[in-house]
Design a protein around this ligand. Structure first.
Ligand SMILES: Nc1ncnc2c1ncn2[C@@H]1O[C@H](COP(=O)(O)OP(=O)(O)OP(=O)(O)O)[C@@H](O)[C@H]1O
Length: 575
């Protein structure tokens, strides 16, 4: 947690002010019982009314100052902790933005969401408490002991018995509670994962009638979290009565022994009253310390999870080099590229070599799991290749800044994803400053203009979360328009025509050929009809190139390609 505190730097002054105000508040509170003892022992016993008024007035002043310090400290602590939370959230969000897909896989999306929200809130709340209690508890404890001893040394023997008992009780409670607090965080992760899968997979769950199964899964996670929370609350609930019991015993003991000492003339009534208050302060400060010892490990568990995210170094880093201009545009070259997914034993791609130039369409076809999407994801450097060379415009992709590289690419992913906002906003996502004409043109080429004009509001029609109010094919066409509006040098279509009917698919490809001009186009497809007129077709089989050439060439030389064609033609004929 201390490591994370460095992000509090901008609030350093506020923190110092909190510590100062809290310190002053403690001094005021420690002074009050002494003033009260003076009123009783001097003012009341001698009947000195002006003295009572004078010291009483001073007491009010000290109390008011203490209160003002307390308010100021609370306000500044809340402000500093909230700002700290904001900074932490921002840091985590930005850092996660640099992650490669591998790091996402490692931590899990659900866990990353919990870490950015719940864990940081936890740290934020504990920081508010810590800022205040860190000063109050030790100061009240030590100050209280000094003041109590100064009032009556004889009575302190009661404290010598009570305080160790209290400390032991606190230790036992904390020992039981701390592991449970750590467990809670992990259980919240599990619950959010179940909720997330349920909400995103609602259609599948319903269509397979798995509602009851999912309910059981949710209930298990929910009950597990509840059971642990109840356990923690039981322990915390027991803490207060135990503390109160010890404190009440201490009060009785102090009054009893104090009474005897007053009778014997060793002590005055005011001193006993002040002593009682100091004893309370000491005990309360111990309780405060115990709360801190319980809360800090809890926040510590959260801090470790945040630190884990922040210390994860993205595998793909930007180069410092400025690549020499090659004069090439719209060229992608694979030179003997082999790629293993992190931790995988078998390569997903082996010895891939091909070159696609400006104005050329290269299609990639192959069975499921043959490595088509993997090949496409290497070009924008979602993953780094294991061996060989991958060149874009004649430069190794590792020698280009990621932003530089990606600004040349228009990617249409396999799973079309839209963002909440209007249709125009979603297309403009590809090019921030796109004019309305450019947006409309992109939509026309993507064969989306027709259905957009039929929607209420046209380009201003609102897309709901995740694009649930448009069909799969419409979603695909909008994500194609988003890539087109960018006018990139390299188009990557990852199985982006699968949800389109044959007619729309053909119309779209014809329009694309005109639109893409000098750009390199890579199309991953399952349908032979989609790839037939490409300049080059790469047939992938279990991560290896099983043939490269035009449709006619492959029909002659490639057994795998002929098998794919044969299987699809017969399927279409059957249909
Ligand atoms: N994130 C990943 N981590 C580890 N292995 C992966 C990952 N993604 C894909 N793979 C593996 O890599 C291989 C190629 O997957 P890829 O998604 O590239 O196939 P594909 O040809 O695009 O398949 P499809 O047509 O079904 O989309 C598969 O065996 C798959 O299990």
């Amino acid at each position: 947690m201390l490591k994370l505190f460095r992000y509090m730097q901008p609030y350093r002054n506020a923190v110092l002010m909190v510590l100062l105000f809290t310190f002053l508040q403690c001094l005021a509170e420690l002074y009050l019982p002494t003033l009260m003892a003076d009123i009783v022992d001097i003012g009341i016993l001698t009947g000195d009314i002006p003295y009572i008024w004078r010291v009483g007035g001073f007491m009010l002043l000290v109390a008011a100052l203490g209160m003002l310090c307390s308010i100021a400290a609370s306000y500044l602590a809340a402000k500093a902790a909230s700002g700290y939370g904001q900074i932490l959230r921002g840091r985590v969000f930005t850092h996660v933005g640099n992650f490669t897909l591998h790091e996402f896989d490692k931590l899990g999306t659900a866990s990353l969401i919990t870490r950015t929200t719940n864990d940081i809130t936890q740290i934020q709340q504990v920081t508010i408490m810590m800022l205040r209690m860190m000063v109050i508890a030790p100061l009240m404890c030590v100050g209280g002991i000094i003041m109590a001893v100064s009032r009556d040394t004889g009575l302190t023997s009661v404290l010598l018995i009570v305080l160790p008992v209290l400390a032991l009780a606190i230790f036992l409670i904390a020992k039981k509670g701390i592991p449970l607090f750590k467990a809670i965080q992990v259980k919240i992760d599990t619950l959010s994962r179940v909720v997330r899968e349920n909400l995103t997979g609602m259609r599948v769950i319903r269509s397979f009638n798995r509602m009851s199964h999912e309910k059981v899964r949710f209930n298990d996670a929910n009950e597990d979290l509840t059971a642990t929370s109840i356990k923690v609350n039981k322990i915390m609930g027991a803490m207060m009565p135990i503390m109160m019991l010890v404190m009440n015993f201490a009060t009785v003991a102090i009054v009893w022994f104090g009474g005897h000492r007053i009778n014997a003339g060793h002590m005055m009534v005011g001193d006993l009253m002040a002593f009682l208050q100091y004893a309370m302060m000491i005990m309360f400060s111990l309780i405060m310390l115990s709360v801190m010892f319980v809360m800090i490990p809890r926040a510590q568990a959260s801090a470790v999870r945040i630190q884990e995210v922040l210390s994860l170094v993205p595998e793909i880093k930007d180069t410092d080099k400025e690549p020499a201009a090659t004069g090439q545009k719209g060229v992608v070259e694979f030179e003997d590229v082999t790629f293993y997914y992190p931790g995988a034993e078998e390569p997903a791609l082996s010895n891939i070599s091909f070159r696609t130039g400006p104005g050329e369409i290269t299609a990639i076809i192959g069975g499921t799991g043959s490595g088509k999407s993997t090949l496409i994801s290497l070009i924008p450097r979602f993953y780094d290749i294991t061996s060989g060379r991958l060149l874009v415009d004649g430069v190794d992709v590792r020698d280009l800044k990621q932003e530089q590289l990606r600004s040349r690419i228009g990617l249409v992913p396999q799973k079309a994803l839209l963002f909440t906002g209007t249709i125009a906003d979603n297309i403009r996502y590809g090019k921030e400053d796109a004019s309305m004409e450019e947006i409309q043109h992109a939509a026309e080429v993507a064969q989306a203009a027709d259905f957009i004009s039929k929607m209420e509001g046209g380009y201003e029609a609102v897309i709901s979360q995740g694009g649930s109010n448009v069909s799969g094919g419409q979603k695909q066409r909008l994500s194609i328009a988003r890539a087109l509006v960018r006018k990139p040098e390299i188009y990557l279509f990852d199985d982006s025509f699968s949800a389109l009917d044959f007619k729309t698919d053909a119309k779209l490809r014809a329009a694309l050929r005109e639109e893409t001009g000098d750009a390199a186009v890579l199309i991953v497809a399952q349908r032979v009809s989609t790839v037939m007129d490409a300049d080059r077709i790469i047939v992938l089989d279990e991560g290896r190139v099983a043939g490269i050439g035009t449709h006619a060439e492959l029909m002659e030389n490639s057994r795998v390609y002929r098998e794919i064609v044969a299987s699809q033609l017969s399927e279409e004929e059957i249909a």
